[in-house]
Design a binder for this molecule. Structure first.
Ligand code: GTR
Length: 434
């Protein structure tokens, strides 16, 4: 009895020490991580189901990179420290949102528009009777101009309503969310979600804004932009995030869906959009970033060869972010934010971040560290996020209190194994398992 109490006390002390090491001074020392691994609270580690082959393997050590200091999410613009959840919600959260709008993703214009929803097709016996299919058109109009977002939504028939739902911002072809289910894709494993009692929906990002640099003439920019675009005008990532919020507007009208249990998920560029959607729109209860990388989940200040940089992303995709972001090309240290602050904007809601071992371009460890460094903000709300955890082994997942991280073997992709990890975490977040 005494022995186990003592052991518990020692474990708590160790956890505190390592929590300070991981989160305290917002500074990263590549190479520290193996020391922390040994102290990981084992009960936090849940292995993914489909990735057993890789067990025991750890992610490769960091390549050389310049030292850096992360901005402190809890240091207010006036130099005062944020010490309570209330101060965070009323002050700091808005300051950081503004910094991201002004310097990174851009600002959505406040042009008025009208919105309508139309269920254009419904099948109550889809998937052999397991689900109800709804195809919904969301039309956004300004004067004579309009754009339509086509949503495919399956709702499980045999689950008590309302049900939680996953919304995918799909940045691959529409065949990935085939309403007929003749074509099935791991990118959007609808049957799996339905079997587990979740509704699952998707829309194509290019319905909202085509993924090409056309001078912002088409899509949501063509619809809403003023004649002259200011340096902080929104880019395509912001437009896709805005699209996810318009789908959420529809979800709120659908009695089959639990409006307080909606997850937004995206892969890669779609993951960047999912994070920005979840950061701004507090109606999303769970925000999932799959391999979102640069200007998604990974820390921009980690600069090593083989990883996407701010200069590179702004050059290859000049339409994704606001013009001001380009002034940080090669100057990551001058950014008033880093991506842990984007994760922090989701607090105290749940966040899940997934990486793939071979996806160095997206910087798996940088994605993990963003979640770790958002921890102090979660703790204002009494949540632990990932706590003192170190990067899990390849094929393992950390299901923390409010935050999830996993890394699987393989390449840049959104796979069934990733989805299973997110669904397992959602079960926990939405109280479906203890
Ligand atoms: C890459 C880009 C990444 C990522 C990826 C994707 O070319 O550099 O930032 O978004 O595309 O979306 O698959």
């Amino acid at each position: 009895m005494f022995k186990s109490k003592l052991r518990q006390a020692v474990l708590i002390m160790l956890a505190m020490v390592y929590s300070a090491a991981a989160d305290g001074p917002a500074k990263s020392h590549p190479g520290n991580w193996s020391r922390q691994r040994a102290q990981r609270p084992e009960e936090q580690v849940v292995r993914s189901k489909t990735d057993r082959a890789a067990q025991g393997r750890t992610f490769q050590p960091d390549p050389d990179m310049p030292a850096f200091t992360l901005p402190d999410p809890l240091l207010g613009a006036d130099g005062r420290r944020i010490g309570t959840a209330e101060e965070w919600k009323t002050r700091r959260r808005h300051e950081i949102l503004e910094l991201f709008r002004k310097n990174v993703y851009g600002r959505v214009p406040d042009t008025p528009y009208t919105k309508s929803f139309k269920v254009v097709h419904q099948d109550p016996q889809a998937m052999g009777g397991a689900a109800t299919l709804k195809q919904v058109q969301i039309t956004l109009s300004r004067g004579q101009a309009s754009l339509t977002i086509s949503v495919v939504l399956f709702i499980p028939n045999r689950a008590p309503k309302p049900v939680p739902a996953f919304l995918l911002i799909c940045n691959r072809g529409t065949e990935n969310f085939d309403p007929t289910r003749e074509r099935k894709s791991e990118f959007w494993p609808a049957e799996e979600a339905i079997a587990r009692g979740y509704a699952i929906a998707a829309f194509h990002n290019e319905d909202v804004d085509p993924d090409k640099h056309d001078g912002f003439k088409d899509g949501a920019h063509g619809l809403l932009d003023a004649a002259v675009r200011p340096p902080d005008a929104w880019g395509s990532i912001s437009a896709w995030a805005w699209g996810a919020s318009r789908v959420m507007d529809y979800f709120e009208t659908d009695a089959g869906l639990a409006r307080d249990k909606i997850a937004v998920i995206g892969h890669s560029r779609g993951g960047k959009a999912a994070l920005w959607a979840g950061a701004q729109d507090e109606r999303f209860a769970l925000v999932v970033s799959n391999e979102s990388g640069c200007t998604g989940a990974s820390l921009s200040r980690r600069r090593f060869q083989g990883k996407e940089s701010v200069a590179r992303i702004n050059t290859a995709f000049p339409h994704w972010f606001c013009e001001t972001y380009k002034t940080y090309n090669g100057r990551e240290d001058a950014l008033p934010v880093d991506q842990h602050m984007l994760i922090a904007l989701i607090a105290p809601r749940a966040v899940a971040v997934g990486s793939a071992e071979q996806d160095l371009w997206a910087d798996p460890r940088g994605e993990f560290l963003s979640v770790v460094h958002a921890g102090p903000v979660y703790r204002l709300f009494g949540r632990q996020a990932l706590g003192p955890a170190a990067m899990p082994e390849i094929g393992a997942a950390l299901h923390g209190d409010g935050a999830h991280y996993h890394i699987r073997e393989g390449k840049h992709d959104l796979t069934l194994s990733d989805w299973q990890s997110y669904l397992d975490f959602a079960d926990k977040v939405f109280g479906r398992v203890k």
